[in-house]
Design a binder for this molecule. Structure first.
Ligand code: ATP
Length: 370
């Protein structure tokens, strides 16, 4: 499933040069992106980056100041929310507290004037879909947080929208329930074949659920890519730093050629990194390396002095599934390395203050040109 990789695929939602201003403040800044049918698409960014405003424009609760949104080949300009084939799922506290689960789900259908027998059938279907058929007669306060979330989901799906918009859908749930519900949402989306657009500031949530993620900052999209691409090939310092843990080494390019570039880092050692378009010698550049790509060992690695540095173990964080090492280099810079405990040699574990070497492969890092 990768319609975005097919140049002939027609986007289901096309956001074209959309700007949204509140007074002088630019909340969404000349933003364009395409979302494909049946895609699970995540808008990810820090608070205030404009992701909810973009979602609200898709829903029709806000109008773009300029630019256009096209859905299924039709411009949405001037089309009110209730006439759009999209629905927004609100957090569970938006349920009507005095109504039973089934009446909550039926509410929108009644408003649309759907005949009673059809409503009953649709509500039944939705209850089974979210596995709440035994809870039809309960009120929201008689349900758990996760069950309430599923009622909210059933209610937003009852009208069979083509696109479901979800704003921080799992924000109110605790960690364990959130993880379970992420997988339920993915299953549901696949079963129904709908397009989902989810807003979240939780990168793990976006990485787990989405086919593609748009990383946003200051009203702009910085990178749109699949979760592995975003993590392993960030297009900028911002994305490398925003997603997951990373070590960034800044320095100056000393030589380039043959698909690699050498950088003398400010941390006092030289790195060689793979690059198809190496920057010229003398240019400032950075190298981003994920902690799990860094080896920590007692022995001097064969690649030294390239891609290797000496230091001492400064901190050790045991997380159960993995251990995080903070290694302090001679110049004082602290490098973060991690290793999975399943493969760690536990007979003789590394300890505090131990002298070690950190090292990594040429293709382990990403060259940052910004
Ligand atoms: P959060 O995760 O905190 O909800 P967000 O990325 O969803 O953040 P938005 O809600 O889209 O951010 O808001 C983007 C910016 O626009 C914010 O600085 C916010 O203060 C501003 N903003 C949003 N709605 C309005 C409004 N109706 N009037 C004025 N400013 C607004």
């Amino acid at each position: 499933f990768a319609p975005w990789a097919d140049a002939t695929a027609v986007p289901f939602i096309a956001v074209k040069n959309v700007t949204k201003k509140f007074g002088d403040f630019v909340a969404v800044d000349n933003l364009s992106l395409n979302i494909y049918p049946r895609e699970f698409f995540a808008l990810l960014g820090a608070s205030g980056c404009g992701k909810s405003t973009l979602l609200r424009m898709l829903a029709g609760f806000e109008q773009p100041t300029s630019g256009e949104i096209v859905l299924d080949g039709q411009s949405l300009a001037g089309i009110p929310p209730y006439r759009r084939p999209v629905n927004m799922m609100f957090q569970s506290y938006a349920l009507f507290p005095h109504m039973t689960v089934e009446n909550n789900i039926a509410f929108g259908l009644k408003q649309d004037g759907m005949p009673k027998p059809q409503i009953a059938e649709r509500v039944d279907q939705m209850l089974r879909l979210v596995k709440l058929d035994k809870f039809a007669k309960r009120k929201p306060h008689q349900l758990s947080g996760g069950q309430r979330q599923r009622v909210a989901l059933a209610r937003s799906l009852a009208k069979r929208p083509k696109v479901l918009l979800l704003d921080e859908p799992l924000g109110a749930l605790d960690k364990k329930l959130r993880e379970e519900t992420q997988f339920e949402l993915m299953d549901l989306q696949q079963q129904l074949g709908l397009t989902f657009v989810v807003v979240t500031h939780d990168q793990e949530e976006a990485m787990t659920m989405a086919d593609r993620i748009a990383v946003m900052a200051h009203g702009k999209v910085i990178q749109v890519a699949t979760p592995p691409e975003i993590y392993e090939a960030p297009n900028s310092r911002f994305v490398a730093d925003f997603i997951g843990d990373v070590n960034i080494f800044d320095g100056t390019v000393t030589s380039a050629g043959n698909g690699t570039v050498d950088i003398a880092t400010e941390a006092g050692f030289s790195v060689r990194v793979a690059s198809s378009e190496p920057p010229a010698a003398g240019t400032k550049a950075g190298l981003a390396i994920r902690p799990e790509k860094i080896r920590v060992g007692r022995d001097k690695p064969a690649c030294a002095p390239l891609n290797a540095a000496e230091g001492e173990i400064w901190d050790i964080g045991y997380l159960g599934d993995m251990t995080i090492f903070h290694v302090r280099l001679k110049d004082g810079k602290v490098i973060k390395a991690s290793s999975m405990n399943a493969v760690r040699a536990v007979e003789d574990p590394l300890g505090y203050d131990q002298q070690v070497w950190v090292s990594f492969d040429e293709n382990a890092g990403v060259l940052l040109k910004d």
